[in-house]
Design a binder for this molecule. Structure first.
Ligand code: HAM
Length: 423
């Protein structure tokens, strides 16, 4: 390839028409499920204030410390959103959604950006679908969010998954836990990785999220948050587990589950698939009761989830789960000569007005090449037009799958098309 051609940036991919059918299918399924759960769609800008993301997600997280695509113009700092919870929380405060009465139920689908090292299932521009239930601290809301997420996978037929849950406590429980962690890690501080040493003072819980090899033996035996939960957190966690069981949703408790974002309080969960390789999280979420206050709003409890669209597709492919039908063409008009082309330009509109997809050749190919093109595009029917057909006003109507043909007036062809497609 010439050196002068352009390529997408590393970790960013084009979605071509053969693939976009899957996206339409999934997006429609997610929107339909959101309708059933009565969540309204929110669309926020892809650029957000850097300070919102840094404060919302946490300075010491990988996302904020090294994975943000950010830039400034004049005095303003912009970041390409790495996730959508902080943006939705910003929108909730900005538009006074608390005054609408009752909890707000919002969902989104869209691109997110993280400057991670690309690998299978990990991109720099990827897509999430997610939902946020804002304005209630009831454990039943946590379960409603998990039910919404699980229902989407159930409808798709991707049920070979594991739901892992944990409680990461509230500030009171975490203060005790933080002391316990510091006490535990202190004797081995010099053996920890640089990044974990940095986290020791500011946020020792982040050490548990370290991927560095030298940290693993120490993390393995670290104290567990679940032993430090206060009464309120223990009760909340017990209720969540009870309601999950009542809802028939199997789960595995994982007291070492620490999410990669700092805003979580109490419930945290991840949905894992063993068909994804090393990037095994299909989605995750939890409660974030302090985020809205942290970004300038009134104290407002909330809970949500987000899942990766690309990872969902990878898992479906590994398991042979089809995602919708390949896009197909209903009718291809094959033209011989200029008169036929003019005729086709008129009639193509009539066919499209019936709600059918219809195309023709735009580059003056031979009849044989046009029929080949119709085949390649998986067209169900072709209409073949040349001078003699125009003279007799009878056109060759070809069923491409059955390789049968008949000569018919255009009106009759439309009638046949309508009955073939049940119009
Ligand atoms: P997260 O765990 O950072 O949570 O991301 C959720 C999901 O997005 C992951 O489980 C994964 O499927 C997908 N994902 C993340 N990074 C990438 C990447 N680089 N390439 C491909 N897929 C990726 C959040 O974003 C939270 N906002 C979830 C949440 C909503 N918590 C409360 N409400």
């Amino acid at each position: 390839m010439s050196q002068n051609t352009f390529q997408t940036h590393h970790g960013m991919v084009d979605i071509l028409p053969e693939e976009s059918g899957k996206w339409h299918y999934l997006e429609a399924l997610i929107r339909e499920t959101a309708r059933e759960f009565h969540f309204g769609e929110i669309r926020t800008p892809v650029l957000e204030p850097t300070e919102l993301i840094a404060r919302g997600i946490g300075q010491l997280t990988d996302i904020v410390s090294k994975e943000m695509f950010s830039f400034s113009r004049g005095e303003t700092n912009y970041v390409l959103r790495p996730e959508c919870t902080a943006p939705v929380a910003r929108a909730y405060v900005q538009h006074h959604l608390d005054q609408k009465g009752g909890a707000q139920k919002l969902f989104y689908i869209g691109p997110m950006f993280r400057a991670e090292r690309p690998q299978k299932g990990r991109q720099r521009q990827f897509h999430q679908f997610g939902a946020e239930l804002i304005g209630t601290d009831a454990p039943i809301a946590d379960v409603e969010i998990i039910r919404f997420m699980m229902r989407i996978y159930e409808k798709i037929g991707l049920t070979k998954t594991t739901l892992m849950i944990n409680s990461v406590g509230d500030p009171e429980s975490r203060a005790d836990y933080r002391n316990a962690l510091q006490e535990y890690f202190r004797p081995n501080l010099n053996n920890l990785s640089d990044i974990s040493r940095q986290r020791f003072e500011a946020n020792p819980m982040r050490i548990l999220d370290s991927k560095e090899e030298e940290d693993q033996p120490f993390i393995e035996n670290a104290p567990l948050i679940t032993d430090y939960l206060n009464e309120a957190c223990s009760r909340h966690y017990a209720h969540v587990k009870q309601y999950l069981t009542d809802s028939g949703i199997p789960f595995v408790e994982n007291p070492r589950l620490v999410r990669g974002l700092d805003y979580y309080t109490q419930t945290a969960f991840e949905l894992i698939s063993s068909d994804l390789g090393s990037q095994d999280a299909l989605g995750g979420g939890g409660r974030y009761d302090l985020l809205i206050e942290e970004i300038g709003g009134r104290p407002t409890p909330a809970v949500g989830f987000a899942c990766g669209m690309e990872r969902l597709m990878i898992a479906c492919e590994a398991l042979g789960i089809p995602l919708g039908e390949a896009p197909s063409l209903d009718v291809y008009i094959v033209c011989r000569g200029e008169g036929a082309q003019r005729w086709a330009m008129d009639r193509i509109t009539d066919i499209r007005k019936q709600g059918l997809s219809c195309t023709m050749d735009f580059s003056g190919k031979s009849i044989k090449a046009q029929l080949k093109d119709a085949n390649r595009q998986n067209s169900r029917f072709a209409i073949i037009v040349g001078d003699s057909e125009l003279e007799q006003q009878k056109f060759t109507f070809r069923n491409m799958q059955e390789s049968t043909e008949e000569a018919l007036p255009f009106d009759e062809i439309v009638g046949k098309l309508n009955s073939a497609f049940d119009k």
